[in-house]
Write a protein that binds this ligand. Structure first.
Ligand SMILES: NC(=O)C1=CN([C@@H]2O[C@H](COP(=O)(O)OP(=O)(O)OC[C@H]3O[C@@H](n4cnc5c(N)ncnc54)[C@H](OP(=O)(O)O)[C@@H]3O)[C@@H](O)[C@H]2O)C=CC1
Ligand SMILES: O=C(O)C1=N[C@H](C(=O)O)C[C@H](O)C1
Length: 233
């Protein structure tokens, strides 16, 4: 498979290593806006760039018939617009705030737990995410997906950064050293706490998930999720 990398930083480089190990070829490395890009030779694009670059990278690929896997976070205010352009151009698209197998299982566990806890008024939820100090966005995309999974169970209306309230899922973001990504969801009552946690030990799980998603999307049109790729029920 011929893969184009949009974003050639920490993730782009790790994706390159894993893609090459799996027998793929990297045909483009795009790391700034405004470059002249030859889309004719790409089977699929993988975008791990920057919040203000992702939308143009993704939709540029759609308009040139290239399906996209995007893991860039912090650009989702334009997600629906990207989806519309994907459908209009009959392209293929997967966005995931987190491509690792472990976190995608954690997303499902979180929803299941939130469903049970929604019956118990004595517990109040809160979340914490810890990442490296170079991270541009807060809260993390993963924390937002987790919060949305809790909100869809009905007891909470919105998430907020560093803010508590009856119908609010508070998210506390910490930036420390080189931490690849740690997410904790905690339910507290006056008598105990119940906690689920995912700790990434490095970035390999994210990169492998993105390459597996790229292998999966080639030849398909439409908008999918990692749940489809991993066939999680
Ligand atoms: N979904 C997931 O599983 C994961 C998502 N992420 C997300 O992926 C993104 C990238 O993370 P990471 O690799 O750690 O970040 P880095 O900062 O290491 O890499 C981002 C790269 O994008 C480059 N860039 C700048 N402008 C553009 C542009 N217009 N088009 C393409 N590339 C550009 C930067 O170049 P320069 O430095 O020269 O500006 C940099 O090399 C982040 O949004 C992060 O949150 C990260 C890990 C997992
Ligand atoms: O910026 C990162 O590093 C990461 N970003 C993603 C996020 O915002 O959730 C995924 C992972 O946690 C690493």
């Amino acid at each position: 498979m011929k893969i184009a990398l949009f974003g050639y930083g920490k993730m782009g480089k790790m994706i390159e290593d894993i893609a090459v190990e799996r027998g793929h070829e990297i045909v483009a490395r795009v790391d700034q806006a405004g470059l002249s890009i030859d889309y004719s030779n790409m089977d699929v694009a993988i975008d791990f760039s920057m919040p203000d670059a992702a939308f143009d990278n993704i939709t540029g690929c759609f308009r040139n018939g290239v399906p996209v896997i995007s893991g860039t976070t912090g650009w989702l205010q334009r997600y629906e617009e990207a989806v519309r352009i994907c459908r209009e151009t009959r392209s293929g698209f997967i966005y995931a705030s987190n491509f690792s197998l472990g976190v995608n299982i954690f997303f499902e566990l979180n929803k299941y737990l939130a469903g049970m806890m929604s019956q118990l008024e004595e517990y109040k939820v809160e979340m914490e995410e810890i990442h490296h100090t170079q991270k541009l966005d807060a809260p993390s995309g993963t924390a937002i997906t987790l919060a949305e999974g809790i909100i869809e169970q009905g007891n909470y209306k919105e998430w907020k950064l560093d803010e508590e309230g009856k119908a609010i899922v508070p998210i506390y973001s910490k930036r420390e050293g080189t931490v690849p990504g740690t997410h904790t969801v905690t339910y507290k009552s006056s008598v105990d706490s119940l906690e689920i946690k995912h700790t990434a030990h490095n970035r390999e799980g994210f990169a492998l998930g993105a390459v597996v998603a790229a292998e999966w999307i080639v030849g398909k049109t439409g908008v999918y999720s990692m749940k489809d790729v991993l066939n999680l029920k």
